[in-house]
Every structure is written in structure tokens, then in C-alpha cells.
Design a protein around this ligand. Structure first.
Ligand code: ADP
Ligand code: ZN
Length: 747
């Protein structure tokens, strides 16, 4: 008598349905694994999904009631997800309380997932009718993403751009809607993809390391050989030669047949790191893969497969590169590990550095976190022995760190000419550099011309209709612009409240300083760099190139130019207003200010001439500023950790922000209060929830925002409970609820 054969079944997470899983039978002779991509029948269509579990139902146990459908086919192996990446995605989904499916979308990008073979064409969006300003503002209220797309198109050359430049597949619906309304055409354009990139890189040889570098490299290779995933915190001052250590560690890993992942804050902001890797391995074309956010679907498809097949062994990219399918991964390097761009600010809200540490553990890889100003989380982990600390305290060129002066702007005479923006001391310093043919970098973390337009009679401030923030005046367009949603308004002739005619511009931005500098130094070549100048592709690269070849004397910019740049002729760095970040409602405000100032100061004096840094401030005594003046990272960390411990702030706890958004204020307020009341009674001991409040940015994109902050020794204590309560709230269409675990933004 025939024993019924054991039946093999698979559980499939179907694409595009959140966390819904379905069971299917596996036909005879078909092999799959966890992570395999399959095609399955669902209702009366076929769709794709990922195998998340396998089961065998055998002997005796019967599948009586369920007549399982059978999977229709296994998609090519090429797109299968490795078991450790499956684990990473599942772990992250639980920790950040986000659907697994959403994490898997990071692991297998859309262009690979849809299995549309080798898309040698790309979608291009062309503007065919330019909306009036009035239409645009209306659109901004009803369909902010459509409005943003229109603005990008209006601003780009030839009014035409690739869909990938606008945000890729997720913007397709938005563009289709615009096409229907007659504003744009969607076209297909064929592209030639050169995986090696457009540039040639000259081969560089490894440098002979100094003692500190040798120790650092040795520690990394020791961990690498042992498959020890205990993170190494490489704390090395700017210019101590960390990148050279990374290059040699990567070369060693590759020569032993292992893959390497290098995370950087953002490729366009750190072009030199990328160029140095390309140069060092220039004799092995295709070995280094660069991933970045501005890639077209086709480029992404090519790079993904080159990595998956093991052709590209070294992968460099921003946080999303964390999920690259690197074969036999042996080494992960997180450069500038303190950088807040590692935290994704839209769903899934993961932290790239933290997941890198986890991925290393899952794959038995060594992991290096490098920075001149490590995050307090990492410093604390090193103090309590979870990370191993390696220091590099000297600059390679033997240079001392630049001389740093803090200028108290309160006692600076309010000179009409320089408007209290540039002190006399800084003015003289700039003049001196110009005379000597050296270069300067000036920082101001605010773009636009003036922060706000205020009525001198009644004090009314022009505010965005959709967001609760003042509109910033932009002189180049002579418009008031919202820095959140992009809304534009004409500058009014009189105050809309009291009809007063004296409207004053308050608070200066980069455009204002640019004007001032050009007036003060008429002969100097001055270039502004901020989000407004760099909308065009490659604009930033071209500017940096011009600065490097000394076709620019003074570079004036936002924090955009504070990272990883190395210009030997820069001998002066000026920070125009060091206070801008200090007053933000953010537990990391002091840390971020300290890091920014220290990083910025590291840009001065890398050649033969000693550098000078001038920090202008209205809070000269602030700890962040004083410790930055002395380049004292340890002192700052000690002081700040003391404060954080007292208030049980991170790293002594984990914070999460629960935000409710709605166009109706009463609805948002009701929803947050409901959540708050339920959570208050449900949270286990150790977890706290703050009373609901309006978010610091009360309204954005026309939606009111309310939030609570959760705090606990470990995020896992609350994340599942909160997720359940969000699900149970089943809010209407007009409410969105999000939970941001380990939040970096509290606005
Ligand atoms: P960091 O990444 O710590 O800021 P870099 O690796 O950029 O430092 O090094 C600063 C400069 O010193 C670079 O121009 C680099 O080429 C050079 N450099 C690094 N290591 C050495 C070395 N061992 N000998 C000579 N020059 C070096
Ligand atoms: Zn706005």
C-alpha cells in the first residue's frame, strides 16, 4: 500500500501586499530555498514573491482542508536573496516595526525584482506645458509630489529628465497623473550603460604606512582573519590617513577572496573617497562597484547583477548599499560613522551603521566604524567593551591641527557694511588669504537670502500656507520659498495683516552672504554651494573641480561641503554662525554642532601652510563650541555623556517618535490622544511615553502633525506593542501614523 508522499510547501511573502503571506505547494522536482523568488497564482492573476519558509507535511499529517495552489515557477536564481540577507531584513523589520516586505524592497531593488530583462531603455519625463504660478501653488496643496516634480522639471536644463532622477519607480504614478493632466510626456529613451563610469582613474600605489596606520590596519586584518565581528571603532583625526588604511584593508580582503562593503554618507558629497578607491583598483576594471541614489534603473540593474555574480567585489555606496548582495562578504567599513545621513528619514526608517554591525555578525565579517568625531553611541559602546577602540591621533603630514579662534559676535560692532555677518577679524583673514593666493571655505547652514520677511509694524511673518514655517526669501528668483514643501509666493508689497508698508528681511542665508562678499572683495572669485545651486546633475562635482584647480578663491556653502574634502590650498575656514543648530529641539543638538565644527575645521591647512579656523558665535561658552575649538573629542564626549546619562537620553536609552499626520487638526489630535491613552496603560515597566504635543513643525505639506516620544532601555520593549496599537487604531484615509525607532529628527 502506498504511503502518501510527504508534501512540501512553501510560505511566500507576496510582493506589494505588505506583510501578507500565503502557502503554496511545491511541485515534484522543484527546488527552492528561503529567499528564492517565485511566481505564484493569487486569486485570478499571477504575481511574484519571496519564499520566507519551507515546510514538509508528511506521513499521517494530511492537508485535508486546504487545497493548496502550486507555485507556477521559480524566478531565475539571479534574484535570490541569501539567507543572511533574509535574516537581516527580518531582524530589521521587527526592530524598526516595519513590514518585512518593505525591508526586502531594499534588498532587491525594483529594477531587479520586476525581472524586466536588461532594460536598455530608460523612462524620460518631458515638460510640455508649464503651469502658472497659481496652478503650481494649488497643486502644491493637493498633490505636493506632483508639484515638486513640476518644479524640478522647470528647473532642469531642457525641461526634461530621467524618471530615475525624479525618484525612480515610486514616482511613476505621479508622472502618469501629470501626463494625464497634460503637463508632461513620458517617453522611453535608450541608454548606453558603461558600468566603469565615464571617468578614467589613474592607478595609485599603496603608500607606506606610518606607525598609527600600521596598528590600525593590523587590528582590522586580525579581526578579518579571525572572522571576528566585534566592531572596531577607528577614531582618527581628519587627515590621519584613515582612507589609506581602508584601501589597504580592502585590498587584503579581496586578495583573500572576500568581498568588501564601504558605506559613505553620500557619494555626491564625498566624491574623493570614491575616486581614491577607483584609482587604487584601476588595474582591475569592474572590481569596484559604485552605488548611488542618482542611478538609473538600468545602471542599478547592471551593478546589482555584477555584485551578485561576484564580479564586483568592492561595493561603495550610501546607506542603501548596505543591502548589496556581495558574495562572501568579509569586511565592512562605515566611513564617517557619526553622519546622520545613515539614518533613513522615510519608511523603512533604518540606521545604516547599526544594520552594518548586524550584517557583519550575520556574515562573519569584520566591521570598522571610522570617524574623527564618532557618535556618542559608538564611543559609549567602546567604553563598555562592545566595540574595540583604535586611535589615530596625528595627521599624516605632521601638521598640527589648525589654530581655532572663537569670535564672540555679541561684542562685535554692528558694522553696517558687513551687517554683523562677517566679523572684522574674519574679513581681514579672508583679505590676507586672497592676497597670498590661498583659498577659503566659509560655512553658513542656511540657504536662501533671508530666513523670513517680517512686518516692522505688527510683527507678522510671512508663513507657508501648507507648512507652519516662515518663507525664505530667495533673491535669485525674487520669491518667497518654503524650504519644506517648495511652495513659492510673490513678495507682497504690504503686510497682509495690518497693511503696513515696511517689510524687513530677517536672518541671512547664503545668498545674502554671497552678495556681501562680492561687494567686499570685488576681485575675488566667489562661489556659492547649496541645494539651490546643485539641482543640476554634476553641478557639485564641477564646482569642486573648479575649486581644486584654483579657479575659485572662496567657497561659500552649507554643510553640504563639510564632508570628506581635501583641498591643500585651503588655509582658512570660517563658520559664520555656529549657533544655528544648537537651539533645535533635538537631544543630539550639541553633538551635531560639535561634529560639524570639528569636521569643518579639519578642512583647513592640509598642505604646507598651517590652517586657521574662525568660529563666529553668539554662545561662545557653549560646550560644543569650546571643545571643538580645542579639537577635544574625548572631552566633549565625556561631558556630553554625563548629561545624557542624567536625562537618560541615548545612548543610555532608545528613543522613538510616534507621529500622527492629518489635514484635519482635530483628527490628528484625536488619534494621537487615543494612542497615547492606550499605550500609557499597555507599556511595560521601563518604557515611558511623553504626553502628546504638536510637533515642532506644526504643519507640513498641509498636514497637521502631533507626536509622542517613547523612551526605553531597549527599543524592543515597546516597538511591537506600538505597532499593534497603530494597526488597531485603523485610522481613516486622512490620518497617517508612523513610528521612527532610534529617531534622529524630532521636528
Ligand atoms: P583621513 O581619511 O583620515 O581624513 P586621508 O586618508 O584622506 O585621511 O589622508 C590625508 C592625506 O594624507 C591624503 O592626501 C593621503 O593621500 C595622505 N596619506 C595618507 N597616508 C599616508 C602615508 N602613509 N604616507 C603619505 N601620505 C599619506
Ligand atoms: Zn510649505
Amino acid at each position: 500500500m502506498n504511503q502518501p508522499r510527504p508534501q512540501r510547501t512553501v510560505r511566500v511573502l507576496v510582493d506589494g501586499l505588505g506583510d501578507r503571506v500565503f502557502d503554496y505547494a511545491l511541485p515534484e522536482g522543484v527546488e527552492v530555498q528561503r529567499g528564492s523568488r517565485v511566481e505564484v497564482p493569487l486569486r485570478n492573476r499571477r504575481t511574484t514573491g519571496t519564499v520566507v519558509a519551507l515546510r514538509e507535511i508528511g506521513n499521517g499529517e494530511q492537508l485535508k482542508d486546504i487545497a493548496l495552489k502550486t507555485i507556477t515557477r521559480v524566478l531565475e536564481d539571479e534574484s535570490a536573496i541569501s539567507p543572511s540577507l533574509m535574516d537581516l531584513a527580518e531582524w530589521a523589520a521587527e526592530y524598526y516595526s516595519t513590514p518585512v516586505e518593505q525591508m526586502l524592497r531594499c534588498v532587491v531593488p525594483e529594477s531587479v525584482r520586476s525581472e524586466k530583462h536588461e532594460p536598455k531603455t530608460r523612462k524620460v519625463v518631458r515638460l510640455i506645458r508649464r503651469p502658472s504660478e497659481e496652478e503650481l501653488n494649488k497643486m502644491c496643496a493637493r498633490a505636493p509630489r506632483q508639484a515638486a516634480t513640476m518644479r524640478t522639471l522647470i528647473a532642469t536644463e531642457a525641461n526634461c529628465t530621467a524618471l530615475s532622477e525624479l525618484g525612480g519607480g515610486r514616482m511613476l504614478d505621479v508622472c502618469r497623473a501629470l501626463e494625464k493632466r497634460g503637463f508632461v510626456n513620458l517617453e522611453s529613451e535608450s541608454v548606453y550603460r558603461d558600468p566603469a563610469g565615464e571617468e578614467d582613474f589613474a592607478l595609485t600605489q599603496p603608500l607606506s604606512l606610518n606607525d598609527e596606520q600600521k596598528v590600525a590596519l593590523h587590528s582590522i586584518l586580525e579581526a578579518f582573519e579571525a572572522g571576528d565581528s566585534k566592531p572596531l571603532l577607528l577614531q582618527g583625526v581628519t587627515g590621519s590617513g584613515k582612507t589609506e588604511v581602508y584601501l589597504q584593508a580592502a585590498a587584503a580582503a579581496v586578495s583573500r577572496g572576500r568581498g568588501v562593503l564601504i558605506l559613505v554618507p553620500e557619494i555626491s558629497l564625498t566624491p574623493q573617497t570614491m575616486a581614491r578607491f577607483k584609482g587604487r583598483f584601476a588595474d582591475k576594471p569592474g572590481l569596484v562597484a559604485i552605488l548611488h541614489s542618482a542611478m538609473s534603473d538600468g545602471e542599478r540593474y547592471d551593478e546589482w547583477h555584477a555584485i551578485h555574480r561576484g564580479r564586483a567585489r568592492i561595493v561603495i555606496g550610501p546607506r542603501s548599499a548596505l543591502f548589496a548582495p556581495i558574495v562572501n562578504l568579509g569586511l565592512i567599513i562605515v566611513d564617517e560613522e557619526h553622519d546622520s545621513s545613515y539614518k533613513q528619514e522615510s519608511a523603512p526608517r533604518y540606521h545604516g551603521r547599526d544594520l552594518a554591525v548586524l550584517r557583519a555578525r550575520l556574515e562573519g565579517a569584520a566591521v570598522v566604524l571610522g570617524s574623527a568625531t564618532p557618535s556618542l553611541e559608538s564611543i559609549y559602546n567602546a567604553k563598555r567593551g562592545k566595540y574595540r577602540l583604535v586611535r589615530m591621533e596625528h595627521r599624516v603630514d605632521g601638521q598640527r591641527l589648525p589654530l581655532t579662534r572663537v569670535l564672540d559676535m555679541r561684542s562685535e560692532p554692528k558694522d553696517k557694511r558687513l551687517m554683523g555677518l562677517i566679523s572684522n577679524r574674519l574679513e581681514q583673514a579672508i583679505a590676507q588669504r586672497l592676497q597670498r593666493g590661498e583659498q577659503c571655505i566659509l560655512f553658513l547652514n542656511r540657504r536662501g537670502f533671508a530666513r523670513a520677511l517680517q512686518c516692522s509694524d505688527c510683527g507678522h511673518i510671512a508663513t507657508c500656507e501648507h507648512c507652519s514655517l516662515p518663507l525664505t526669501y530667495h533673491i535669485t528668483e525674487n520669491r518667497l520659498i518654503c524650504h519644506i514643501c517648495g511652495y513659492r509666493a510673490v513678495v507682497p508689497a504690504e503686510c497682509p495683516e495690518c497693511h503696513g508698508r515696511e517689510l524687513k528681511l530677517q536672518g541671512s542665508g547664503t545668498q545674502k552672504v554671497e552678495e556681501l562678499l562680492k561687494r567686499t572683495f570685488p576681485g575675488a572669485r566667489i562661489q556659492r554651494v547649496d541645494a539651490d545651486v546643485t539641482t543640476r546633475k554634476n553641478a557639485l562635482r564641477d564646482i569642486l573641480e573648479a575649486f581644486r584647480s584654483h579657479r575659485i578663491d572662496v567657497l561659500l556653502g552649507t554643510q553640504m561641503i563639510s564632508k570628506g574634502l581635501d583641498f591643500p590650498l585651503v588655509t582658512l575656514v570660517g563658520v559664520l554662525n555656529a549657533d544655528l543648530g544648537l537651539s533645535l529641539p533635538d537631544p543630539r543638538a550639541a553633538e551635531k554642532t560639535f561634529q560639524l565644527l570639528t569636521q569643518v575645521a579639519g578642512r583647513a591647512g592640509r598642505g604646507d601652510v598651517e590652517g586657521e579656523v574662525v568660529i563666529q558665535t553668539y554662545n561662545p561658552q557653549a560646550a560644543a563650541i569650546q571643545y571643538a575649538r580645542r579639537h577635544d573629542t574625548d572631552g566633549f564626549a565625556e561631558n556630553e555623556l554625563g548629561l545624557r546619562e542624567r536625562f537618560a537620553f541615548p545612548p543610555f536609552s532608545h528613543l522613538a517618535v510616534l507621529t500622527v499626520r492629518s489635514v484635519r487638526e482635530d483628527v490628528a489630535s484625536f488619534a494621537i490622544n487615543t494612542l497615547y491613552k492606550r499605550l500609557k496603560t499597555l507599556l511595560p515597566p521601563g518604557a515611558e511615553i511623553s504626553e502628546p504635543l504638536q510637533a515642532p513643525i506644526v504643519k507640513a505639506y498641509g498636514q497637521y502633525r502631533y507626536q509622542c516620544v517613547l523612551k526605553a532601555p531597549r527599543a524592543r520593549i515597546f516597538s511591537q506593542i506600538v505597532a499593534e496599537q497603530i494597526a488597531r487604531l485603523s485610522p481613516g484615509e486622512d490620518v497617517t501614523v508612523t513610528l521612527d525607532v532610534d529617531a534622529y529628527s524630532f521636528m
